[in-house]
Design a protein around this ligand. Structure first.
Ligand code: FES
Length: 114
């Protein structure tokens, strides 16, 4: 079984978009370096969070203000409107957990695609 990594997300900033709380921050991924992270509600109503790389694969703009369609599982880039599947190869969403001090990214080593 792949061990679960708990990677702290630092430099947190809170945002509101579509009436929902979002957070941005930085995560240092083993072997990959520091990545910008966007934290989104996971959409199941249970208070869970998803983390995606905060960078559009088209021209690299931040996705912080992108339109989230939780039912479809997509995030729309605010720049040119690409619809990015949250679990697709470009965003590769990972679960995140809110802690007393902020957030941690939960990743199995094989899922670190960012
Ligand atoms: S920068 Fe995101 S679709 Fe162009």
């Amino acid at each position: 079984m792949t061990p679960l990594l708990r990677i702290p997300i630092t430099h947190l900033e809170r945002h509101f978009c579509q009436g929902q709380e979002r957070w941005t921050g930085l995560a240092e991924l083993p072997g990959l370096g520091v990545r910008a992270v966007l934290l989104l509600p996971d959409g199941d109503g249970g208070g869970g969070w998803l983390a995606v790389r905060n960078r559009c694969p088209h021209h690299g703009v931040p996705l912080t203000k992108g339109r989230l369609d939780a039912a479809a599982g997509t995030l729309e880039c605010p720049s040119h409107g690409w619809l990015l599947p949250l679990t697709g190869p470009d965003l590769a969403a990972l679960p995140a957990e809110r802690t007393e001090c902020g957030f941690v990214l939960l990743a199995g080593e094989k899922r670190l695609l960012w």
